[in-house]
Write a protein that binds this ligand. Structure first.
Ligand SMILES: C[S@@+](CC[C@H](N)C(=O)[O-])C[C@H]1O[C@@H](n2cnc3c(N)ncnc32)[C@H](O)[C@@H]1O
Length: 263
């Protein structure tokens, strides 16, 4: 299971999902990581670079920031968006950064950890590149929100169980206990799992669902639906989300776990 975007999907992801979801989660991650001027940061699974650009702001003046992602289109979009900013970009696997040992003050990763096929290898890589006393912070969804549950149900009904499974997998994350165990086994000290909640505010389902699904790995399957099936899918999400309607917006609570540790 992974998260690969192609074509214009990274563009939609950046324009739609970053301001509504990911930039807000990036700021929440920094609330616990507390990046400081002058620090060196590695942002793993950086995607289009929302967290990487946030890190660049926080470690200035000075500091160094590296964004790493396995997906060429994500890295290409990240480079475009950060043109003129002093950020290094690496198109590599999370378990093999190629960086020198003991050179990074902070390793961070937002909504990427659950995709890594070999988590012990990735955590060993984080340990290797961190300076002694360096810190890591990994933020991942705490399961599904009311909105993403509604979308998965509607996708199952109107597209297929296989496509719904692919969409559900985007939020199949390790529990807080499993995360703590994995960090402990990897040798991190002062391990803490912090749960953060945000009140999410997105446009009405008829506007948001096509944009959201248009920036997901299942975009092609949604686009291929005939218009009446698309409309029926959106109506199902609308019905499920009625308790969360506030005027022409959907307002609901979403949550992440941030796994923190010190080398
Ligand atoms: C949901 S996106 C999150 C991107 C970004 N951190 C953000 O918050 O917007 C997940 C990212 O993980 C990357 N990814 C998945 N598996 C990876 C791996 N094994 N190594 C490096 N990056 C990976 C994907 O390419 C994708 O860009």
């Amino acid at each position: 299971m992974t998260f690969q975007l192609a074509g214009n999907e990274p563009e939609i992801y950046e324009k739609i999902l970053v301001p509504l979801w990911f930039r807000r989660w990036a700021d929440a991650l920094n609330d616990v990581l507390a990046l400081r001027p002058g620090e060196s940061v590695l942002d793993v699974a950086c995607g289009t670079g929302v967290t990487t650009r946030m890190a660049r702001e926080k470690v200035a003046p000075g500091g160094t920031v590296i964004g790493l992602d396995v997906n060429a289109s994500m890295i290409a979009k990240a480079k475009d968006l950060a043109a003129g900013q002093d950020i290094e970009w690496l198109e590599r696997e999370a378990s093999d950064s190629g960086l020198a040992s003991g050179t990074i003050d902070v390793v961070m990763s937002q909504h990427g950890y659950h995709y890594f096929p070999d988590k012990p290898a990735v955590l060993a890589e984080f340990q290797r590149v961190l300076t002694p006393g360096g810190r890591m912070g990994v933020s991942i969804w705490d399961g599904h929100s009311p909105y993403t549950s509604a979308v998965c149900m509607a996708v199952e009904r109107h597209i297929s169980p296989e496509i719904a499974a692919k969409q559900r997998a985007q939020r199949q994350t390790p529990s807080a206990d499993v995360l703590a165990d994995q960090l402990g086994k990897a040798g991190f000290s002062e391990v803490r799992i912090v749960r953060q909640e945000l009140r999410i505010d997105v446009p009405a389902a008829r506007v948001f669902v096509p944009l959201h699904l248009g920036s997901m790995p299942i975009a092609d399957a949604f686009d291929a639906l005939p218009d009446d099936r698309k409309a029926a899918l959106i109506e199902d999400v609308e019905a499920e989300m009625r308790p969360y309607e506030r005027g022409d917006r959907l307002v609901y609570t979403d949550a992440v776990h941030v796994a923190l540790g010190i080398r």
